[in-house]
Design a protein. Structure first.
Length: 364
């Protein structure tokens, strides 16, 4: 059964190598400069997320190390151009990778880095020239490491308990702070009320007495308002208001009538002036003028009749003139026709109708 399988490509002098490790001690032997140390560096680089890119083979663009361990597979690749690491763990590609060891890789391989005084150490790998771990450390550094390793679980438990207690305490503090704020608001409110009471205590007693007197006057006024006599006055006031409205309407109607009377008065003045003018005219003169007018009308009618006769004669004369002109045209036409016929007959010596000579008496 193979517990550990490693595949290395383009890491330093190793172009392509596959190694199967078995439980127990495994030894890698060979001549110098044939890649034994490169195998260890490649495995350590994949587990610790080695930085840089100088370890990539000179004629390759990237190096990769694949580790299969306890049913898990880790693939670590390093690009020469970008100098970035990439991990694929159990077929899942991780996108956010920093420059330190991944927790997922440390958990699968059970090889976490150890921090001593802010220095990170990989205690599972020991190179040829490395000094023995912790032998070169001071007593304080040694104590710091042991406390972190031996009591880690206890410290983690205490941390969880402390965090839980801290959350509970924070909740209690929030509640207490809310109560304090509410109490503070109440105190501020009470303080404001106390200040108002102090102002009231300093109020002038004389002014208070005046207020009491004013209160008595208000009570008397209210008693008068509720008096039954007030209701009677109110009803009478309503009736008076109704009468006043009627009077206003009557006054308005009277004003309209006055305007109409004024217009009639103006018309009467016009008629009166016309009557005076008519009265000043001499009746005898009017009669004489009237008779003259009648005579003129008669004369005008006679003249008009004569004029109509003249117009009729003129029209008849015009008609006769037109007819005479037409007769003259007809006579001229007949003369011309006779002249043509005579000229034609002169061409014949014998009459075509009677056979006589045309130049004899009785023909032409």
């Amino acid at each position: 059964m193979v517990d550990l399988k490693v595949e290395i490509k383009n890491y330093q002098v190793i172009k392509n190598a596959e190694l199967n490790f078995v439980p127990g001690i495994n030894a890698i032997v060979g001549a110098t400069n044939n890649g034994k140390s490169s195998i260890i560096r490649a495995i350590r680089g994949a587990i610790n997320n080695q930085g840089g890119s100088s370890f990539i083979n000179y004629d390759a663009d990237e190096a990769s190390v694949s580790i299969t361990f306890n049913g898990h597979k880790i693939v670590w690749t390093k690009s020469k151009k970008q100098g970035k690491s990439a991990y694929t763990i159990d077929g899942k590609k991780l996108t956010k990778i920093g420059q330190t060891q991944l927790p997922e890789v440390a958990e699968i391989m059970n090889m976490p880095e150890v921090e001593v005084n802010n220095d990170r150490h990989q205690i599972n790998f020991w190179r040829q020239m490395d000094r023995p771990f912790l032998i070169d450390k001071t007593p304080y550094q040694l104590f710091d490491f042991i406390s972190k390793s031996k009591e880690q679980e206890l410290i983690t438990g205490l941390k969880d308990i402390t965090e839980g207690q801290l959350k509970t305490t924070n909740k209690s503090l929030d509640v207490n702070f809310a109560a304090v704020n509410s109490t503070t608001n109440e105190i501020v409110k009470l303080k404001s009320e106390v200040e108002e009471l102090e102002k009231f205590n300093n109020f002038n007693l004389a002014k208070l007495e005046k207020l009491l007197e004013f209160d008595d006057k208000i009570d008397k006024a209210l008693s008068l308002i509720n008096n039954p006599a007030i209701e009677t006055y109110k009803k009478q006031a309503v009736k008076l208001a109704y009468k006043v409205d009627n009077l206003k309407e009557l006054v308005s109607s009277i004003n309209d009538s006055l305007i109409i009377l004024k217009q009639l008065d103006d018309k009467v003045k016009v008629i009166t002036d016309a009557d005076k003018t008519i009265s000043s005219i001499n009746i005898d003169k009017l009669k004489t003028s009237s008779e003259k007018a009648e005579n003129l009308l008669v004369s005008f009618d006679a003249l008009n009749k004569e004029y109509q006769k003249i117009v009729t004669l003129i029209n008849e004369t015009n008609t006769t003139t037109i007819k005479c002109t037409e007769l003259e045209l007809n006579i001229s036409t007949c003369k011309h026709a006779i002249s043509q016929i005579t000229e034609e007959l002169n061409l014949f010596e014998v009459c075509p109708l009677c056979g006589n000579h045309l130049k004899q008496e009785g023909h032409i």
